[in-house]
Design a protein around this ligand. Structure first.
Ligand code: MN
Length: 311
């Protein structure tokens, strides 16, 4: 764990992995996130999914000036030469379904690469697969590994970059999208432990089958760096909700580590979409916000209704 002196110039690093920003959800610590983005000068930035909380945004528009500033900071990094790779998650899964031509056009204009999985090679030559992690949800829900479904998953993801739709669970007789992060908080300790055990076994299998050295994901909101079976690196970026603000970095000498930021949350005021676009410093940021608005058009304005509970 590294502590950061705010007066230091940006530290050069090979890669920065962040996930689960959940823009659209109240409670995102954009101040800490901005501080983190300004503290580093990465060659590559991996946005490891659930960057936009489309589930929330499609119900009600919620945006703060901080979100726009974070996007601006990312665009600044890109303009300085950083490569930005965006791996959508289940909360921003609509990005996965943007058709191929539109995706290519948008990627070029916004200056980011959109893909479901990526391979990051560290300075030491280790190959790490990077993906959001909801790809494992079906297995976790079933609780058991089936060889056939594993083969199916691997074939589909390898050849078609395919991602299964978010699994549904029945709550009060109605189908609801399954959220692993929520389930892990709600389930009893033993149950959560078992689910995480299943996840790790599944991760080992994926790494081994593809002859890689590790995997970096997000999704569970539980920050982690550990070695599985003493040889496979498993990293989880965590979440930016104040109480835990974490990211994974690869330093210039090839060390992969977890970094943590203090809680810097301030009062959050919802601003209308027009203002969100207007305050953007970079035209790419404005373009991205307009795209977000098109992907998740909410009927409710949100400004007057900003008191919504964060359930
Ligand atoms: Mn997720």
């Amino acid at each position: 764990m590294t502590s950061i002196d705010p007066n230091q110039p940006a530290t050069k690093i090979r890669a920065l992995f962040i996930s689960d920003l959940h823009f659209g959800y109240r409670g995102v610590d954009t101040a800490a996130l901005l501080d983190c983005l300004k503290s580093y000068s990465p060659q590559r930035i991996y946005l490891v999914g659930d960057i936009i909380d489309g589930w929330k945004l499609s119900k009600r528009w919620f945006w703060t000036a901080g979100y726009t500033h974070v996007l601006d900071a990312l665009v600044d990094h890109r303009r300085r030469g950083a490569k930005i790779i965006y791996l959508p998650g289940n909360h921003d899964e609509r990005v996965r379904h943007i058709n191929i031509i539109d995706r290519a056009k948008f990627s070029m204009q916004a200056g980011l690469k959109i893909t479901n999985t990526a391979i990051h090679t560290t300075k030491l030559g280790k190959k790490l697969i990077v993906l959001h992690g909801d790809q494992f949800d079906n297995v976790l829900l079933r609780g058991r590994l089936s060889k056939l479904s594993d083969w199916f998953f691997e074939t589909l993801t390898d050849f078609f970059d395919f991602v299964r739709p978010t699994p549904l669970v029945i709550v009060d007789g109605k189908p609801k999208k399954f959220s692993l992060a929520k389930a892990l908080v709600k389930k009893s300790g033993k149950m959560a432990f078992r689910m995480l055990g299943t996840l790790e076994r599944r991760v080992v299998r994926l790494i081994r089958n593809r002859q890689l050295d590790g995997l970096i994901c997000g999704h569970t909101h539980l920050p982690k760096i550990k070695m599985l079976r003493r040889k496979y690196l498993f990293g989880n970026c965590g979440v930016w909700m104040g109480y835990t603000n974490t990211a994974i970095i690869e330093t210039l000498d090839g060390t992969v580590e977890l970094v943590r930021w203090p809680d810097m949350r301030a009062t959050q005021t919802c601003i209308p979409a027009s203002e969100a676009v207007h305050i953007a410093r970079n035209y790419e940021t404005a373009l991205i916000i307009r795209r977000i608005r098109r992907l998740w058009p909410s009927r409710k304005g949100g400004v007057e209704e900003a008191k919504e509970a964060t359930s």
